[in-house]
Design a binder for this molecule. Sequence first.
Ligand code: EPU
Length: 319
Amino acid sequence: MLEEADKRWLRKELGERVCFDESMRQHTYFRIGGPADAWVEPQSASELKVILEWTRKQDIPYLIIGGGSNLLVRDGGIRGLVIHLGRMAADVKWVQQGNAVTVSAGAGIPTKHICTLALKHGWQGMNFALGIPGTLGGAILMNAGTVHGCMADVIEKVTVMTPSGEKLELQRQSLNYRYRRLQLPEALSRSETASAILMAAQISLKPGNRDQIRDQARQWMRGRAKKQPSWQPSAGCFFKNPSEGQPAGRLIDEAGMKSVAVGDAQVSPQHANFIINRGRASAADVLAVAARVRGAVKDRFNIDLEAEVRIVGEEKTSA
Ligand code: EPU
């Protein structure tokens, strides 16, 4: 919990760019989540640095969130600060040299802006990410992807700020990319709730045939729209695919779990790897559905599903 003095400091430093007891419902695609003690939107790297130094001195945890598209916040909310980099989104810049296009962008920029830019110029490499919601920073950290590719395929370099406010550039060779996860070097983080912050990235694309790239984009988007329940609140695919050739969606479907619900949280009747919020679902409802799904897949196939969605915050106590 923040003390009154902490709140005063934040208000003095950030003015209207801090909100207290901010419901996370309005900041997640799931439309679920308890309150964050403080929701903070720094507008520059130097302001972010001042905030980080203060959290370290006061021993206050913080969590960085991007677009909130791959996030489930528990019903008790989040202690400490939730920092959103949306106001810091720098301009997107690019250079084309021969057969290479390098795009530089701030982490708070929506991923779709980069996709649209690539389509406009006829650069290939970003079509896989069409329809992936959220910010570039979030997409990079979770190595967002589809069957057509993932962020690790295009990342050239990232800029991070350590919890002590130091800015560092990490080249692609030093990035530890896994399936749906980028592991930043542990030495850069103070703790699980005070990690290094992704500030910006450089992406490498290739000039191509604009019409062909646009046709491909149309085809992939159509395929996706047919399969996925994109009009209902969810966090996208809930579980990681356990291995190639064994998509979680198919396993959950074959385990007979489509449409199973707890309260307003339901396994999508359309795509079994989506848990949707039909209206007033709580995080506890979603986690209860997820546990049933995991149990059914374990019973039927002896496979342990692992969440792809990031789950944060505290459970609600019934005090
Ligand atoms: N399937 C079923 N029943 C279902 C759902 C799927 O049998 O209810 C079968 C499909 O018929 C298909 C296979 O499972 O044969 C794979 O399904 P799909 O093509 O929808 O791909 P996916 O592996 O479920 C991945 C990404 C999605 C991305 C799509 C599109 C993961 C965990 N998911 O889904 O990403 O949009 O490919 O390429 O990698 C996300 O990350 O949030 C996400 C939704």
